[in-house]
Ligand binder design. Sequence first.
Ligand code: HEM
Length: 117
Amino acid sequence: MDVLIHFFVGLHIIGIAALLGGFLTQMSAIKQGNARFNKAMLHGALTMLVTGIALVGLNQADDNTVNNIKIGVKLAVLIVVLGIVYVKRDEETAEKGLFAAVGGLTMANIFIAVLWT
Ligand code: HEM
């Protein structure tokens, strides 16, 4: 079971790489005002949701304690990010503030994951 859990943590990390990586590729576009939400961000956010839920299930099945408040906060932040990226996925250019908010919330989620022990 441990190998399976670690495998899903690996997939979870691939998800955040796509979400944050998709955001970072738009950094210079943000300055020019023509950044857009891209497929890497959408698929990365979806991967985080699916692998996160799987990790909760796998940890519970293995009788590991899961910090439900931390997971709840990460889930709430991710739902906001996913909602924005999904709704705006077809827009040619994203509003600067909204785009920056998605990047900020994504980074906040990373620090919640690693600093909340
Ligand atoms: C962008 C959003 C997210 C980020 C950046 C993130 C990040 C991480 C990281 C870095 C880890 C490995 C370190 C650790 O064990 O704490 C992890 C583990 C985990 N994540 Fe996430 N996560 C996100 C969203 C979610 C969501 C939405 C869920 C559940 C619905 C979730 C559930 C879990 C679980 C169960 C683990 C392993 C158990 C634990 O040690 O807490 N994550 N996450």
